[in-house]
Design a protein around this ligand. Structure first.
Ligand SMILES: *Cc1c(COP(=O)(O)O)cnc(C)c1O
Length: 270
């Protein structure tokens, strides 16, 4: 990735407000879209709020953010009161972007408007059942995406690309779910702040190949014509370090945390 596309906002100690960093991120998204011959309006920014305080989240919302994502149910629930008014008004969507255990489905349904991490038929069935019981079907069904592990790394959640197609088709047919697309976490790029052996581009090629794989899964599911699959248009892929590559491969949602808030102080606490 060209150096000039890595703004100082991603470096430790970067100064500036959340609003200023957001402007930089939006510029990066727009520039990447244009470079890919795409309309910038096709790419939506999801702000990843893990470890951030409710105050920091509200700063982002005040700067126009209308889609946020949480990784942990505990944080999702803790921040829900701060954003409830906006969610109720339809001005904000909240996606669960971390792994979901079945015993926490109720908490997610109470606070999130979408789930990007569907990774098994059992989970899909359980979430759908709960939605149906709550009267959430048809237009009120829960927006879901299937999480695909495009890199095959064992440390990552998500289904294998080959398993994603049948899972998506099955999920799309469930009455409590509305399949809106697919999500993945790209292969790790070398640290751009490291002493960096000259990058020959092969790492970027691997990241792009993974994103292209997600696009192929989406296209295959849509081409199936199976019930409920026509709404599965989204590709949620790309983060602070690789959003340009994701947009080049067709991302419709990029999930960005570090470039918006600065480096996370801790990865585990609120
Ligand atoms: C943290 C996180 C992001 C954002 O990552 P950054 O590198 O901070 O932009 C995106 N997606 C998921 C699933 C995450 O956990």
């Amino acid at each position: 990735m060209p150096d000039q596309s890595q703004p100082s906002a991603t470096e430790p100690g970067a100064s500036g407000s959340v609003a200023a960093r957001l402007a930089v991120v939006r510029d990066r998204i727009a520039a990447a879209a244009v470079a890919a011959g795409r309309d910038p309006a096709e790419v939506r920014l999801l702000v990843a709020t893990k470890t951030q305080t409710p105050e920091a989240v509200l700063e982002a919302l005040a700067a126009g953010v209308d889609l946020i994502g949480e990784n942990r149910v505990q944080e999702l629930v803790a921040k829900a009161p701060a954003v409830a008014d906006r969610v109720a008004a339809g001005a904000l969507q909240v996606h669960m972007i971390g792994h979901l255990q079945r015993n926490k489905i109720n908490q997610v349904l109470a606070t999130a408007t979408g789930l990007e991490t569907l990774d098994s038929l059992e989970l899909a069935q359980a979430v759908s059942d709960r939605c149906v019981r709550n009267g959430r079907t048809g237009d009120h069904a829960l927006d879901v995406m299937v999480q695909v592990n495009v890199t095959g790394e064992e440390s990552k959640y998500g289904v294998r690309p080959d398993d994603a197609v049948p899972l998506a088709i099955a999920a799309a047919a469930l009455p409590g779910l509305r399949l809106t697309g697919f999500m993945t976490i790209g292969a790790r790029l070398p640290d751009p702040t490291g002493d960096g052996a000259a990058d020959d581009g092969s790492a970027e090629d691997a990241v792009r190949a993974g994103f292209a794989r997600l696009r192929a899964v989406r296209d295959e599911v849509r081409a199936s014509g199976a019930p409920g699959t026509s709404a599965a248009v989204n590709l949620s892929m790309g983060m602070t370090g690789d959003l340009e590559l994701a947009i080049a491969e067709g991302a419709t949602i990029v999930r960005v945390g570090t470039a918006v808030f600065g480096p996370r102080v801790t990865a585990t606490t609120l």
